[in-house]
Ligand binder design. Sequence first.
Ligand SMILES: Cc1ncc(COP(=O)(O)O)c(C=O)c1O
Length: 395
Amino acid sequence: MPGPGAYWFDKEEMDAVMEVMKSGYLFRYGSESDPKFLHTVSSLEKEFAFYCNTRFGLATSSGTVSLLASALAMGLRPGDEIIVPSYTFVASYTSMIFAGLVPVLTEIDESLTMDPDDIESRITPHTKAVMPVHMLGNPCNMDRIMAIAKKHNLMVLEDCCQAAGASYKGHKVGSIGNIGAFSLNIFKTINSGDGGLVVTNDEALYETAFGVHDQGHKPMRFGVEVGNRNILGLNFRMNEITAAVGLAQLKKIDKITTVLRQKRNRFKSLISEAEGFKFRILNDPSGDCATMCTVIFSSVEEAARVSRALGSKTVDKSGWHVYYNMEHVLNHLRQIGQPHSKGAYPKTDDILSRAMNISIGVVDGGLGAGWGININSSDAEIEAAALQFVKACKG
Ligand SMILES: Cc1ncc(COP(=O)(O)O)c(C=O)c1O
């Protein structure tokens, strides 16, 4: 079950893919003298950077490698610590571990994003960066996080994988810290099946991220550069077909978030009459992607009862995104002396056990959001879902 962009796959995506196929150029590089070469990856990079109001954009093969390339671009070195929230997708940790870094976890607050009150106690002499994750499309409290980063001279890598289209106080996520990483997988606001993007205003970060994503080459190489490479890279390139879908989806992003916000507002106002819960904090109510409506019940029992009645789950039972459900990451952290089994982050445990994610645009059982509405839900369907929720609350 996908994100909202996938519900709106249509002729635009199909035509764009056919154009690339007809051009004969599927690789991101092609013959500059041939007018048939469409430069689709390069266009996506420019248009996404323009959308985020950043100087540079880089297209990659996934959100995971966008995070990895960003960390390496920031000059983080093996053994350096990066502060990451305890509620996020596993890739926020594994991408850092593959860069040789040590993810140090913080509590979340009732926005279900990094708790700014818990960051400073996690800082050690090895801490070099902080990774705010704009979880469930909800921008983090970037004013507080940026102030802490500035005070302690930390780099800021924004994990925007779940938040393309979100903004914080007028600034698109990804443009606030040093660098931002996005995912274009099928569960995201807009998608190209799989894929990723990196944005930054810093030319040096862009150049290094580019090299990491393409065997150490300088941006926009035309041919193989020999004798001119000073960093090691891998192949995290995006291809022209993926970019064609991404570009077609990018043209829909504002419409997607506008429709989602309308549906979210309608759903929220209809369920507000029920009691026993509050809505998660939105750090910028007008900038949230509105892919999700998260409710936090006053007791664990109530949360379990209501979510069961709706055939859903509380967030702590939803699987993947809860730190103590990542046995492979926990094993790794244990080996380097950081025990992170259940109970290590009591505030996070408490919030997640009382929270339920209701889909508005991202219908994803893996996030505990298998129940709710979607971007195509009619008014009648929204009303019916709201009524069902209110009845479940009333018992
Ligand atoms: C918060 C977060 N970070 C990173 C990723 C990784 O993105 P991808 O699946 O494109 O590698 C995801 C994807 O689900 C995510 O939700």
